[in-house]
Design a protein around this ligand. Structure first.
Ligand code: BDR
Ligand code: CA
Length: 305
């Protein structure tokens, strides 16, 4: 069982990824750390607690960064994609549980030092929390077992701009620090996540069940599906970005990778672009191919219990 710290900016696909991870016996989620991104950090924390309550799971939540390293958060966050509440405008309760007092970065540092070479970090939002942790305690870089990141668009166009993927452009300076850190990183970017689509027919199937979680997820995901349909007409589903990072942490044979150095452009028109550089160390495993059918099937078998 992999010991996981799961860093989220809980939005819709983050919520689906949380459920997939929590229902997977290969992973033991020690804690969720939250970051601004799709929504504010307060909303991401609330949403993370709400999903845990909905699923009746008890896992500690640590609130993290409210803004990027050197920039301001973008106006309106990504609410156009994820809804005003970040969960497709279907959140109809306030969680009663609270986040822990410790910060996200301090939790990462504490756990990595306590369990050297045992912690897998799955990061599916901007990389600000991980950047803060390795800046504060650089020695943890060599003690983290692996980092699986949903972010980037190395050989394909971006989704936020023609060059940049949303998580990376949201805090490009943090992403550059993390990707050039030398940690064992697998980058699960749009190169593969846009091939893993959740079919629209899933919503009807979830609605036919008597699971409260399935009803919530169907209503929430419908909002995301509508966004995809308006942005990518005829696509017939929505991208399983964050769930694929979980899938890769569970079973790396879902993807094929290419080992390259990746740098992040931090200025100019191409800001947020993840650029492969074959000449420079350190190296990142960039996912280039995915067995989409097998992954989507695996996700569907697990996301709703
Ligand atoms: C990524 O951006 C966010 O909006 C999603 O939650 C995902 O992590 C996809 O580009
Ligand atoms: Ca996310």
């Amino acid at each position: 069982m992999k010991k996981v710290i799961f860093d989220v900016d809980t939005g819709i696909d983050d919520a689906l990824a949380m459920a997939y991870a929590l229902n997977s016996p290969e992973l033991q989620v020690l804690g969720f750390t939250t970051c601004f991104g799709n929504v504010s950090v307060e909303e991401a924390t609330r949403n993370t607690l709400a999903i845990l309550e909905l699923m009746e799971k008890s896992v500690p939540v640590y609130a993290g960064a409210a803004k990027p390293l050197v920039r301001e958060p973008r106006e309106g966050y990504a609410k156009r994609v994820h809804g005003e509440d970040g969960l497709g405008n279907v959140l109809d309760f306030n969680p009663t549980t609270k986040a822990e007092v410790m910060s996200a970065a301090d939790f990462i540092i504490e756990q990595v030092k306590k369990l050297p070479h045992e912690i897998t970090i799955i990061a599916v939002g901007p990389l600000t929390n991980l950047m803060l942790a390795i800046q504060k305690e650089p020695e943890i870089k060599s003690l983290i077992k692996e980092v699986v990141i949903m972010g980037g668009a190395v050989y394909v166009p971006g989704n936020k701009t023609p060059y940049a993927e949303a998580n990376i452009i949201t805090d490009p300076e943090a992403a550059e620090i993390v990707l050039s850190s030398g940690m064992p990183i697998t980058l699960v970017g749009l190169d593969v996540t846009l091939q893993t689509l959740l079919p629209k027919s899933t919503l009807g199937k979830w609605r036919e069940t008597n699971s409260v979680v399935a009803q919530f997820f169907a209503n929430m995901t419908e909002f995301y599906m509508d966004f995809y349909e308006s942005n990518y007409p005829g696509i017939g589903g929505c991208g399983l970005h964050d769930p694929l990072a979980v899938g890769v942490a569970i079973d790396s044979s879902f993807v094929e990778t290419k080992t390259v150095n990746v740098r992040v452009i931090t200025e100019g028109e191409e800001v947020g672009k993840t650029v492969p550089n074959l000449e420079v160390e350190p190296k990142v495993q960039v996912c280039t191919e995915v067995d989409a059918d097998r992954f989507v099937q695996h996700f569907l078998e697990r996301v709703i219990k």
